[in-house]
Ligand binder design. Structure first.
Ligand code: PLP
Length: 372
C-alpha cells in the first residue's frame, strides 16, 4: 500500500517540499524526516484520528469510484446545502474548502493587509501565520497566560493598536490542547476593535468535554464579524480527503466564496455527506473513544508525577523536564513519531492520541527516554 509517508520517501522529501504550496509545506513540517525509520512506526505527530473515515463514508466512496470519470458539478449545490444544514447554517453562510486550510488561507487573504496584521497567540497552529507572512502581511503574536490560555484582552489590545486586523484564535489551541472559555470569547466578540474580524479555528472542538467551552457558530448567526472554520480531518478521520468549511455572515461568506478553488473531489464530498447522515452517532462514539484514551494517558502520567497541560483535544503537551528537542529526535528511532518542537514551549512534547496499541508503544518508548 502506498502511504503518504512512503510516497514522500520515494520522491525525496526535500525536493518535494520546495515545490509545495504553503499549506502543504506546513503540513509537511509535521513529517518526521530521516532514513531507516522503523516500518511499523507509530505516528503520533499530526493529530490524525486512528479510526480513519467512518464505515459509511468508505462505502459511499467505493460506490462513487466507478463514476468518478464525470465532474458531478450538478451535485455540488445540493452537497453544500446538506453540509450547511448539518451545522445549522444557511447555504449562504457556508464556504467549502479543501481542508480547513483553504478557508483559513482565504480569510487571511481577505482580512489582513500590508497595514492590518494577523494577530494570534504563540504558540498556535503555524499555518495561518505562515500564510500571512507569505502574503507579505504583518503578524503580531501575543504571549499565552501562565495557565497556557489565550489572553483575549491582549489580542483585542493589539488589534486596537493596529487600527484593525484579523484575530486568529484556535479553540482548542494547537499545540497546547488548552481552551478559550465561552466567557472569554464572549468578551472578545463584544470588544472587537473597529475593522477587526475574529477567526475561530474549531478543528478540534468536537473533542472538548468542558461545559464552559462553546462553539463560536452562534456569533455567525448573530451577524458578528466572526468566521468559524471546521474540518473533517480530525474527529471524522478524513485528513487525506481534504474537506473543511468556513461559517460566516453572508456578505463575508460571499467574498470568501469568490476566492474558493472548488476543488473538492466527488469522492471526498460523498464521504462527508454519508458521515453527516449519521453525524450524531459518529461524533458521540469518537468523542467517547478519544476521551477514554485521554483519561488513560493522563492517569498514567499523574501516577508517575509527569507534568502536562490538561488536554481538551486529541493531543497532549507533556513536560519532559528538559529541552524537548533531543527527546523528540530520539523517539522515532525507537518506533514512535511525536510532534515537532513548539517554541517557546521548549520543554513540552506534543503527542497525538492514537489507538490503544499505539498508546501502549508510546508509553514504553516515552518512559525509556524520560528516564534516560
Ligand atoms: C488547528 C488546525 N487548524 C487547521 C488545520 C488544517 O487542517 P485541514 O486543512 O486538514 O482541515 C490543522 C491541521 O493540523 C490544525 O491543527
Amino acid at each position: 500500500m502506498s502511504t503518504r509517508r512512503g510516497f514522500f520517501a520515494q520522491m525525496g522529501a526535500a525536493a518535494t517540499v520546495a515545490r509545495m504550496l504553503p499549506e502543504a509545506a506546513y503540513a509537511q513540517s509535521a513529517v518526521v524526516e530521516g532514513v531507516g525509520l522503523p516500518k511499523d512506526m507509530v505516528w503520533l505527530n499530526a493529530n490524525e484520528n486512528p479510526a480513519g473515515p467512518p464505515a459509511c463514508s468508505l462505502d459511499a466512496m467505493r460506490a462513487v469510484l466507478t463514476s468518478a470519470g464525470r465532474y458531478h458539478y450538478n451535485e455540488f449545490r445540493g452537497i453544500y446545502a446538506v453540509m450547511a444544514k448539518a451545522e445549522g447554517l444557511a447555504p449562504e453562510q457556508f464556504v467549502l474548502g479543501s481542508g480547513s486550510s483553504e478557508v483559513l488561507h482565504n480569510s487571511i487573504d481577505l482580512f489582513t493587509s500590508p497595514t492590518r496584521p494577523l494577530i494570534s497567540v504563540n504558540p498556535a497552529y503555524e499555518g495561518p501565520r505562515e500564510v500571512a507572512r507569505n502574503l507579505g502581511r504583518p503578524v503580531v503574536l501575543t504571549r499565552l497566560r501562565d495557565d497556557y490560555t489565550a489572553d483575549v484582552h491582549k489580542l483585542a489590545e493589539e488589534a486596537d493598536k493596529a487600527h484593525g486586523g484579523l484575530i486568529y484564535l484556535c479553540n482548542p489551541n494547537n499545540p497546547t490542547s488548552a481552551v478559550t472559555t465561552a466567557t472569554d470569547i464572549d468578551w472578545l466578540v463584544a470588544n472587537l476593535p473597529a475593522n477587526t474580524t475574529l477567526l475561530v479555528d474549531e478543528a478540534y472542538i468536537h473533542f472538548v468535554e468542558r461545559p464552559d467551552v462553546k462553539t463560536a457558530l452562534p456569533y455567525v448567526q448573530q451577524g458578528k464579524n466572526v468566521i468559524v472554520t471546521r474540518t473533517f480531518s480530525k474527529i471524522y478521520g478524513m485528513a487525506g480527503l481534504r474537506v473543511g468549511f468556513a461559517a460566516a455572515r453572508p456578505d463575508i461568506a460571499e467574498r470568501m466564496a469568490r476566492l474558493a478553488l472548488n476543488v473538492i473531489s466527488i469522492v471526498s464530498a460523498r464521504a462527508v455527506v454519508a458521515a453527516l447522515a449519521d453525524r450524531d452517532n459518529i461524533l458521540r462514539e469518537r468523542k467517547a473513544a478519544l476521551a477514554k484514551t485521554r483519561r488513560e494517558l493522563t492517569a498514567w502520567l499523574r501516577e508517575r508525577d509527569v507534568r502536562f497541560i490538561e488536554p481538551n483535544a486529541n493531543f497532549i503537551m507533556i513536560d519532559v523536564g528538559r529541552n524537548a528537542r533531543e527527546f523528540i529526535a530520539s523517539m522515532p528511532k525507537m518506533g514512535v513519531a511525536p510532534g515537532r518542537p513548539f517554541p517557546p514551549l521548549d520543554n513540552l512534547l506534543r503527542v497525538s492520541f492514537g489507538s490503544d496499541a499505539d498508546m501502549a508503544k508510546f508509553r514504553e518508548v516515552f518512559w525509556k527516554v524520560y528516564k534516560g
